[in-house]
Design a protein around this ligand. Structure first.
Ligand code: HH2
Length: 382
């Protein structure tokens, strides 16, 4: 248990006190804090001596400071402390603070080089009869290819081809059917689109064929929980991997949207997914992570994840966020899926400002245009 938290309001402050088991929930803590384990006291003492106040609780402690204060105190302690456990915790804290402060980490693909210095657009291309917003529109391979080429021309940086809807309650399809839908489209787009192609699948068999056809990314909404063969296929094929957070399956995930500490649990489960990827042999610089908006999440969960997304940058991997046209945006605007462009762009802009490296969207051109403004604001200087 060690994690950085960004306390933005009273509710964040109270939740952080509860996580540390403090008997008094202070409503006024703000900014970055490190949630530390209750022991070793040596670490708390070392931080205090470096000028970082530490509030202790029954189950943990909160170290209060700016990211650079936390980073520099933890880095010195990682060298100076004699106790091995305390030293490892200090090194972990320094690494996490460094990740949050650093510019977005690059995502290495096998052949293509993704542009750096701006937030990237992964365009959604569903070759399915039943996807929630574009199901049936591009079910024929030639229509899907045309649409993919259009998305690339509009400015998509990657094309994410999917052959199985994962909307809540959707029916699973066989690997054969998924391959029948996606493979001709992947093959043709690899040849003609001029941008890397990603396959949105949780099945090893589909991923293997798509990689052989030239796909550079495997986007697994199950975070390597569904098919034990998938990680090794990605590692052997040399592809990049996006690991998304979800619980259960599309059939039962919405009953599993129950959290005591949403950010903490999503953080821990993404870290486990990252470990599964590394254990399968996928190099760390090829892995991106995604909090999985709408997957075992309520609308409120999605909003909180967007507001506090920056905390997940402590994992040190690029973050991908998919809010496009999802139902929580429909609940806010009262509009059906096909009319959620404005809300989708607002969500993409928030994600970009909060540390996302990529946004997964249906409307590539409009999103690129909006993100150009966000990127310009982010990089403006005084
Ligand atoms: N969302 C969907 C599918 N794949 N992959 C990642 N990494 N992140 C997401 O948020 C994500 C995803 C669901 O959206 P969509 O593909 O439009 O719908 P459907 O699953 O119904 O095909």
């Amino acid at each position: 248990m060690l994690r950085l938290l960004e306390l933005q309001d009273e509710s964040d402050s109270r939740a952080a006190c509860a996580a540390a088991g403090r008997s008094h929930a202070d409503p006024n803590l703000r900014g970055w804090v490190a949630l530390l384990p209750p022991r070793p006291a040596l670490l708390h003492e070392g931080l205090r001596q470096s000028g970082v106040p530490v509030l202790r609780g029954e189950t943990g402690a909160l170290a209060l400071g700016s990211l650079s204060q936390l980073w520099s105190a933890a880095r010195s302690l990682a060298d100076a402390l004699e106790d091995g456990g305390a030293r490892a915790l200090a090194a972990d804290l320094a690494r996490r603070a460094g990740h949050v402060e650093a510019p977005r980490p690059p995502w290495r693909l096998p052949r293509s080089r993704l542009p750096e210095g701006r937030v990237l657009v992964m365009a959604v291309l569903n070759v399915t009869p039943d996807s929630f917003s574009d199901g049936g529109r591009y079910a024929a391979a030639d229509e899907a290819v045309e649409h993919g080429l259009r998305l690339a021309a509009e400015g998509a940086d990657l094309l994410d081809v999917g052959g199985e809807s994962t909307r809540p309650g959707s029916e699973p399809v066989s690997a054969e059917e998924e391959l029948r839908r996606t493979l001709p489209v992947v093959r043709e787009l690899v040849r003609r689109a001029g941008v890397p192609v990603s396959i949105d699948t949780s099945k090893a068999e589909v991923a293997r064929a798509a990689i052989d056809a030239g796909a550079e990314v495997v986007n697994d909404v199950s975070g390597l929980q569904r098919d034990p063969g998938l990680g090794p296929v990605v590692a052997r094929g040399g592809a990049a991997l996006c690991l998304m957070h979800m619980r259960g399956t599309p059939q039962d995930m919405q009953q599993r949207a129950v959290y005591g500490d949403l950010l903490g649990e999503v953080h821990d489960e993404l870290l486990e997914a990252l470990r599964r990827g590394l254990e399968a042999g996928v190099p760390e610089d090829r892995i991106a992570l995604d909090p999985g908006l709408g997957f075992a999440k309520t609308g409120e969960h999605n909003l909180l994840l967007l507001r506090r997304l920056r905390e997940l940058t402590q994992l040190g991997r690029p973050l991908l966020v998919g809010a496009s046209r999802k139902s929580f945006l429909g609940r806010l605007s009262g509009k059906p899926a096909a009319e959620r462009l404005t809300g989708s762009i607002a969500a993409a802009a928030v994600a970009a400002l909060q540390g996302a490296s990529l946004v997964r969207v249906h409307d590539a051109g409009a999103t690129r245009e909006a993100l150009a403004v966000v990127d310009a604001v982010r990089s403006s200087s005084s």
